[in-house]
Write a protein that binds this ligand. Structure first.
Ligand code: MIG
Length: 663
């Protein structure tokens, strides 16, 4: 089996993928699966149904969806699925959440059907007045609530399912990844490029080729002879290292992950109790049964060497979960068995929870290893409540303008489903990006919670300098703008962590009684003070943007003020992303810096008007905020005058007011 085959093989495109890649022995695996299917597969049937009367044709939520913001008129599936190079309309994709919001003229109806089985929701297709949930197994509970606003609905959902913990500040910085940086010299060379070019970067990522033959927990000692030394050097440059983890454990006698897993019975099993096989990158593997706390502890223990080398974050991939099939990714069979902490369950009931529990295990590894540091976990798949254990990204998009276009809606719907800490692969994962698309992508997501450039094997390089000095300059400035606004974004994170309110919000959140703006998804709010109106099409140098009624809006530079409740036409040359700040806001800003360290001072920019805004501060790295080491500063604006209130004991940065325009 040539390594090249794995590098270039795409299981979804190649009928003979398994045979070509893993050789004839794969026939035995396929035959076994066929025989077991014949023995155990059962016809699927709906056993649970729940109807929700709809009060309008505006519906949000349900997790990741490759559609526009408003999901009315769609039939959506709840079944976490590997969707390599998905595109608009692909259904379902990696991360589904059975929570739906119906926004109407008097408020919001929110319904959380806590059902982990395979299911669907028909949103006004069969009957325009109903959303109908159907699942192949019973629900654990159904929660319905009515709120005045979207924020309150999401906050209530997080009360039920869990709050995002504060991440380390560096996790909000700009991150750079590629499938794959192949060895430590290449990683350090990339890091030095960022440094010498003055492009802010907080983290680099190692994708699957860092492993020894795709064996999870290991690294290739030839390509990374001194992993610890490499990580130390990254740290000295102010950068962190995140490594990918795949759940499939290679079946290979002598390999510690496999041997200890077998000895401790950690794997998902066939009905006869023997470990279930599935083929992924390493070839035949077993998958840990993360639904059991003892298995999560085993996983955490296996990760000790990687963490001791200094790894800062764990990236959980392939955890829908999936096996490679002959011409597509397939889910493990429904009849596979999980020995969960709550008893024996079929995979059909645990499938949608697999990513959640894997992320939990990886989080445990970090808290065990470094209890004084905030963990950073990222997962491709999850369920309701995964926000409490992990951040996420939106999987394998493509480098196309339409993928950029739907990224806005996809991330808004994730935020409205409780998972605020998410973002797309900037520039696009599959296919070759181009300079204009890359620039617009960085601009469009400038204040997205997760901000990582990532791209697939065999695509053109898309690091910020890859397309020459002009593109590099614009990207450097765009990234620097994010870093200058980090104290505002961090404050939005704190609101989300404390109250469950979403970080990104649709414009309708700012003007909930206006039915005409409820499908708008070409612009978005960050918190409730900043509006981003990116260019999402090629060769476009101006755009119109709707500014919600209820207040005036300043351009970010503070030079122009528009009354809300109107469409405005603004210039958007290639080096500019139109952004607006609500009148009556004190916007906290930092100096541009290479990575996200706490500066000595925070500069406060006043956008005069009437309103209340805030600044949250803590040390950005330790757990001390949980025991009171934080500071909330509240700003009450009246015209140009600002009255501040301070709560909390954390000393924080020095606060300096600046009258001058922002940029
Ligand atoms: O089958 O690890 O979504 O980010 O680069 C592809 C290789 C497996 C899918 C992830 C992507 C990652 C890639 N992985």
């Amino acid at each position: 089996m040539a390594d090249k085959d794995i590098l270039t093989g795409d299981p979804s495109q190649d009928e003979n993928f398994l045979i070509r890649t893993f050789g004839d022995s794969i026939y035995a695996y396929l035959a076994k699966r066929q025989a077991l299917d014949a023995l155990h597969a059962r016809p699927r049937q709906v056993v649970f149904r729940h109807e929700v009367p709809l009060r309008s044709q505006h519906v949000y939520g349900t997790g990741q969806r490759a559609f526009g913001l408003n999901l009315f008129g769609r039939r959506l599936t709840f079944w976490n699925t590997d969707a390599g190079a998905y595109h608009r309309g692909w259904e379902p994709i990696n991360y589904t959440i059975p929570f739906l919001l119906n926004m109407h003229d008097e408020g919001v109806i929110a319904v959380f059907v806590d059902n982990t089985h395979r299911g669907t929701v028909d949103i006004g297709v069969a009957n325009p007045n109903l959303a109908v949930f159907e699942f192949e197994g019973p629900a654990r509970a159904v929660h319905t609530f009515q709120t005045a606003t979207l924020d309150e609905a999401v906050a209530r959902f997080c009360q039920l399912t869990g709050h995002m913990p504060m991440p380390p500040l560096w996790a909000l910085g700009h991150h750079q990844s590629r499938y794959s940086y192949m060895n430590q010299d290449e990683v350090l060379a990339v890091a030095r490029e960022f440094q010498s070019r003055g492009i802010p970067c907080d983290a680099l990522y190692l994708d699957i080729h860092y492993m020894d033959n795709y064996k999870v927990f290991t690294w290739d000692k030839q390509a990374f002879p001194d992993l610890k030394g490499m990580i130390d050097e990254l740290h000295s440059m102010g950068m962190r290292l995140v490594v990918i983890l795949d759940p499939g454990v290679k079946i290979e006698p002598g390999y510690e992950g496999y041997e200890s897993g077998l000895a401790q019975n950690v794997f998902i099993t066939y009905p006869d109790g023997s470990p279930a096989d599935g083929v992924v990158w390493p070839g035949p593997t077993h998958h840990p049964d993360f639904t059991r706390s003892s298995v999560r502890a085993w996983w955490a223990e296996q990760l000790q060497p990687l963490l001791e080398a200094g790894t800062d974050g764990l990236w959980n991939d392939m955890n829908e979960p999936l096996y490679f099939g002959n011409n597509e990714a397939i889910s493990p069979a429904d009849y596979l068995v999980h020995h969960t902490d709550e008893g024996v369950k079929n995979h059909s009931e645990m499938h949608n929870l697999y990513g959640h529990y894997m992320a939990m295990a990886s989080r445990l590894a970090q808290t065990r290893h470094a209890p004084q540091r905030r963990p950073f976990v990222i997962t491709r798949s999850g369920y309701a409540g995964t926000q409490a254990v992990s951040s996420s990204w939106t999987g394998d998009n493509r480098s196309t303008w339409d993928d950029l276009r739907i990224a806005i809606a996809m991330n808004l719907n994730m935020a409205l489903s409780g998972q605020s800490f998410t973002g797309p692969d900037l520039g696009g994962f599959a296919n070759d990006t181009n300079p204009e698309l890359l620039v617009r992508w960085y601009q469009a997501c400038v204040l997205f919670p997760f901000y990582r450039n990532h791209s697939a094997v065999d695509t053109v390089r898309q690091e910020p300098w890859a397309f020459g000095p002009e593109t590099e300059r614009i990207l450097r400035d765009t990234i620097a703008l994010r870093y200058r606004l980090l104290p505002y974004l961090y404050t939005c994170f704190a609101h989300c962590a404390h109250n469950g309110t979403p970080i990104l919000r649709p414009l309708s959140a700012a003007e909930p009684r206006n039915p005409h703006i409820r499908s708008l998804d070409d612009a978005y709010l960050v918190g409730d003070k900043v509006l981003v109106a990116p260019v999402l099409e090629p060769l476009t140098l101006r755009r119109t943007v709707y500014l919600p009624a209820g207040s005036d809006w300043y351009t970010l530079d503070g030079t122009t003020k528009y009354p809300g409740g109107q469409l405005v036409d603004v210039a958007a040359p290639l080096d500019h992303v139109p952004m607006f700040v609500r009148a009556g806001t004190v916007l906290p800003t930092w100096p541009a810096q290479a990575s996200s360290v706490l500066p000595a001072a925070t500069t406060l920019r006043v956008y005069p008007g009437i309103g209340t805004s805030a600044l949250y501060e803590d040390d950005g790295s330790s757990m001390a905020y949980e025991t009171g080491a934080w500071r909330w500063v509240t700003f009450h604006c009246e015209g140009e005058k600002v009255r501040t209130e301070v709560a909390g004991s954390y000393p924080g940065t020095q606060l300096v007011y600046a009258a001058a325009p922002f940029v």
